[in-house]
Design a protein around this ligand. Structure first.
Ligand code: NCD
Length: 293
């Protein structure tokens, strides 16, 4: 049984398929069994979050667990306590699962190494965001009715600084998907995957497109004059997409009219809120698999 999820590589393909099936069972069930009653789950987030933290909270409460969000801004971290001491103090209170988000890429590896309780990485710097990639996979799995083999996904934007892209680039090819990276040169990581600077070219072959937010908080140089300059070449627009019936994904938060134009966010092809919805069921399946006795 998995006890620490740092990145998607911690799960093998059959464990992942089992999570997708369990998430879909939760999705279609009328009443959810409170399988995590008495389990204590704490979220320790050093970076802001809307969807991820609320999704974990919703998932935990649907399963009857006790969920608490630790307020980092008001903690003794500001009094000089080390991160490790904060972790050990939380754990000493009898935690079953700690969920963290931190701006350092190696944070999740460090946290996991020093904890005895179960652990989920909810975003570590630019390195990994495994539950986002798993919920993206679930969205695609359901959309294509399980037939992912040979489908091409164009991932567009600040790939180099995106932990969501990183996790998806590891996960999606394992289920037969082809990944094309679409970005200006300074947003591309060193990679063996196909790349292009032309969104139009990528859309001609893509079966699905995933937009990303420009991670300005992680840039040390201003790479574009403004996000509007970037949007001229990389914003996903209805005019570029034409009538192609391909799903549009984005992990959120969306920079409207920079990543995706307003009209496309209201288009039936847009799966952004479906991703958010399925994220709750995916996280229920994951936490249940880690904690249910
Ligand atoms: C992403 C993240 O935090 O990595 N958001 C999320 O969890 N859904 C993407 C982002 O912040 O751009």
């Amino acid at each position: 049984m998995l006890t620490q999820l740092i990145h998607t590589k911690n799960l093998n393909d059959s464990e992942i398929l089992a999570l997708l099936e369990r998430a879909n069972a939760f999705l279609h069930q009328e009443a959810t069994p409170p399988n995590l009653t008495h389990k204590r789950i704490v979220a320790l987030f050093f970076e802001n979050s809307t969807r991820t933290i609320a999704s974990f909270q919703m998932a935990a409460s649907r399963l009857g667990a006790y969920f608490s969000v630790f307020n980092v801004q008001k903690s003794s971290a500001s009094k000089g306590e080390t991160l490790l001491d904060t972790l050990h103090n939380l754990e000493a209170m009898g935690l079953d699962l700690l969920i963290t988000r931190h701006h350092h890429s190696s944070s999740a590896i460090y946290f996991a190494k020093h904890l005895n309780c179960a652990f989920i990485n909810a975003g570590s710097g630019t390195l990994a965001h495994p539950t986002q990639a798993l919920l993206d996979l679930l969205t695609l799995y359901n959309h294509f009715k399980g037939a992912l083999e040979g489908k091409t996904i164009a991932i567009v934007g600040d790939i180099k600084n995106s932990r969501v892209a990183n996790s998806n680039m590891e996960l999606l090819p394992r289920f037969g998907m082809r990944v094309i990276l679409v970005a200006p040169p300074h947003f591309l990581p060193p990679t063996s995957l196909p790349t292009t600077h032309s969104l139009q070219e990528a859309l001609e072959v893509a079966d699905v497109v995933m937009g990303l937010r420009t991670q300005t908080e992680r840039h040390c140089l201003q790479t574009y004059g403004s996000l509007k300059d970037y949007a001229k070449d990389f914003c996903l627009r209805g005019a570029l997409l034409g009538k192609r019936q391909i799903p549009i994904l984005h992990p959120g938060p969306v920079h409207r009219n920079i990543d995706i134009e307003d009209a496309l966010l209201d288009d039936p092809r847009c799966q952004v809120l479906e991703q958010v919805k399925l994220g709750v069921f995916l996280r229920m399946a994951l936490m249940e698999s880690m904690l249910a006795s």
